[in-house]
Design a protein around this ligand. Structure first.
Ligand SMILES: *Cc1c(COP(=O)(O)O)cnc(C)c1O
Length: 399
């Protein structure tokens, strides 16, 4: 059985070459050197338009975007910020970087925030970050109703959800701010990079200044200029800007987004239908109103003990499919008990149970469905082999 390459990133469109060449010749890599139309500024305008939001600020990473969003909200030191118990370590890290305290909320077997625990913890926090983890959108109608009622701002961590829609609206435009990543394993790849979007002129003005628009560089942003005057010299400059080179890598990928999203969804749904034939595999359904943009697939293993789960991972690896079980791979950055930089980490038993059985398989959008048959065959065969192993076998597999 030959398996497709499921790990490599996609090539960068040829169109990026000419612009990168031009930048190399002029040396014009800093976003604020040109009087106007710098690649980073053009990227911001194009991205805001693509998403249907008023303002965009491109920065060095999604982590930087999350940090600046929290800072721009003007939260007091030690403000509590509610985040999901299932997210990437960058999220609690951004909260701590902003001098705030992360409060973790339980997550269900569908990878979305548990609304009961969310509602219970909401009164104690000053802001919320919702991570649409691996593109799984939480019930944003319920989240926004609860947060709007309580007057609590919502930041959407849409790092891995570019192209996902919620009742026709782009994910990232529903809360007060939306943050995206251009790191290599996201839908658009610049190696590193991030962007935040918002309709709030005052908030984006603060974020722009703090991102490093020192002196009067903010004049190069198409935002109400009054919003900046208030904040001139009043905010620290964290210098989290994006380079023109990165913008030149990102911009030619934007027109491909829709196709990538469609291919990713097609691949995900195709593989999901095949592997779900096993009663031991459960792929959570999208929520009503959610249109996903997956570049990976997540599923839960049902009715298997730890030995069998480790067996499944090892058997799949033998055929060339890398399966990660979030809670069983060593030092996983998405397992909350590894965020030991947080004081008084909670136990979150429900989230932990989910993480011990939730599998993650990368599924590049470039793969044709014909190549997915061998992936699903490999997964189902690995499952059969693991289940057929003597049940009381000693733990024969490492992580
Ligand atoms: C990748 C990712 C981040 C961090 O993005 P960077 O650009 O690497 O800082 C944050 N949250 C989620 C859910 C992610 O997948």
């Amino acid at each position: 059985m030959t398996l497709p390459n499921m790990h490599d990133a996609d090539p960068i469109p040829q169109a990026a070459r000419a612009e990168i060449d031009r930048l190399m010749q002029t040396g014009d890599l800093f976003r604020y050197t040109a009087a106007d139309a710098a690649p980073v500024s053009l990227l911001e305008a194009e991205f805001a338009q693509l998403m249907g939001s008023k303002y965009a600020l491109a920065v060095s990473s999604c982590s930087a975007a999350l940090f600046l969003s929290l800072k721009a909200l003007g939260l007091p030191r030690d403000a509590r910020v509610l985040i999901p118990g299932f997210t990437f370590a960058a999220v609690p890290s951004a909260v701590i970087h902003a001098d705030c305290l992360p409060v973790l909320c339980e997550v269900g077997t569908d990878y979305r925030v548990d609304l009961k625990d969310f509602a219970a913890k909401l009164p104690s926090v000053k802001a919320v970050i919702i991570s649409h983890m691996r593109g799984h959108t939480s019930d944003m109608d319920a989240v926004m109703a609860l947060c709007d009622d309580a007057g609590i701002p919502v930041i959407e961590d849409a790092a891995h959800s570019l192209g996902t829609t919620w009742h026709g609206r782009n994910i990232g435009t529903i809360g007060k701010v939306g943050c995206f990543s251009f790191q290599s394993y996201k839908m658009i790849n610049a190696g590193e990079g991030g962007i935040l979007i918002t309709d709030d002129a005052d908030l984006v003005a603060r974020a722009i200044i703090m991102s490093g628009a020192y002196e009067h560089n903010w004049k190069k942003h198409p935002v109400l200029q009054d919003a900046f005057a208030t904040w001139q010299n009043k905010l620290p400059l964290y210098n989290l800007r994006l380079s023109n080179l990165s913008a030149a890598v990102i911009r030619p990928q934007l027109p491909h987004l829709q196709t990538r999203v469609q291919n990713g969804r097609r691949n995900h749904d195709y593989l999901a239908a095949r592997i779900q034939q096993s009663p031991h595999i459960q792929v959570p359904l999208p929520l009503n109103g959610e249109e996903r943009a997956p570049d990976s697939i997540q599923f839960n293993l049902i009715g298997m003990d730890d030995t069998q789960v480790y067996g499944f991972i090892a058997e799949a690896a033998k055929t060339g499919v890398k399966v990660q079980v979030f809670g069983l791979s060593e030092d996983n950055a998405r397992a909350f008990w590894n965020w030991q930089f947080i004081k008084d980490l909670p136990k979150l038993p429900q989230t932990k149970r989910m993480l011990m059985r939730a599998c993650d398989v990368r599924l590049p959008v470039r793969l044709p469905t014909t190549e997915l048959d061998s992936v699903s065959d490999a997964l189902l065969k690995a499952l059969d082999t693991a289940l057929a192993a003597p049940h009381d076998a000693p733990l024969a597999y490492g992580t």
